[in-house]
Design a protein around this ligand. Structure first.
Ligand code: PDD
Length: 280
């Protein structure tokens, strides 16, 4: 079964799907996106992802070409068509194709693309042994809560991490840790679990929200508060959250061990609580 794509109402294999070179997503990164997972038959937080897509589109004044219920139907149909067990769904919405000009075109049809591929889980060794992260200056714009296609700072930051033998870069702005290049970050101090508060400099992760919820259900003290890099160095545990990483323990920060240098009890508990949450 090939990976399948949906482009403005048409279905076909990803390998033969085509978009105009004048699409503003290609020309300017003028668009928004979502990454969604299906775990077996469970489409995780589909409504929340589609709501965030609407919020991002509204912030950039991009028209969403289908109502919410229709988008939901298209996603569910794609999952049925592709027959994969665990699916990675990518949705991209752009301001559409138009002759290149920075200002918005007068009348334009948005481009909506979805792809459905098998989800490749992270290597077991990363889950069992944890990953390293580095810190990097946050050079992004002041609307990081919008899930925009403009990901160059994130791309550069992730590449720097890779070159340093780490998995993720954490953005630091004016002394405060914001989030990872493609994930949110949490720090554990005893039974207290902290993550930076929502605002224009972080993406309000769907997984971040789920972890805050399941953590509270487990009786942990889950707080949203500013964290400095020094706070992170003194944490007992660190972990990343995101649709693709789920709850991923961090055991090194800029080559210094975090806590015991091994994945911690609370990270593991939250990872298991998340999987229980999917089953329930
Ligand atoms: N990224 N912060 C940033 C900057 C992200 O790009 C992501 C997700 C997250 C976590 O959000 P969520 O829990 O809703 O997945 C936080 C996706 C997975 C990506 O760009 O591939």
């Amino acid at each position: 079964m090939p990976n399948i794509a949906f482009i403005n109402g048409k279905w076909g294999p990803v390998s033969s799907a085509k978009i105009s070179i004048e699409d503003r997503g290609f020309q300017f990164g003028d668009g928004v996106y979502e990454v969604i997972r299906s775990h077996g038959n469970t489409l995780l937080d589909l409504k929340e992802h589609l709501e965030r897509l609407h919020i991002s589109a509204k912030a950039l004044e991009i028209e969403v070409p289908y109502p919410m219920e229709m988008l939901e139907k298209i996603v569910r149909l794609g999952c049925k068509k592709c027959h994969f067990k665990d699916i990675l769904i990518y949705i991209q919405l752009t301001r559409g194709a138009a002759p290149r000009d920075h200002a918005f075109p007068k009348k334009n049809r948005s481009t909506l693309v979805m792809t459905f591929r098998p989800h490749k889980p992270l290597p077991e060794v990363m889950r069992n042994e944890g990953v390293g992260v580095i810190s990097t200056e946050d050079i992004r714009w002041a609307k990081c809560h919008v899930k925009s296609l403009n990901l160059l700072p994130n791309v550069m930051a992730r590449e720097s991490a890779k070159r340093m033998g780490a998995f993720e870069s954490l953005f630091v702005r004016e002394g405060k840790v914001m989030e990872g290049a493609g994930s949110n970050v949490f720090a554990v101090f005893g039974e207290k679990v902290m993550t930076p508060p929502e605002g224009p400099y972080i993406l309000s992760g769907i997984m971040r929200d789920t972890v805050l919820k399941v953590g509270r259900e487990k009786g942990l003290e889950m707080c949203e508060a500013d964290l400095s890099l020094d706070d992170l160095y003194t944490a007992d545990e660190l972990f990343l959250t995101g649709t693709t990483v789920e709850v991923l323990p961090v055991v090194r920060l800029n080559d210094k061990p975090v806590g015991t240098g091994k994945p911690g009890r609370v990270s593991l508990l939250l990872y298991e609580a998340f999987h229980q949450f999917i089953q329930d």
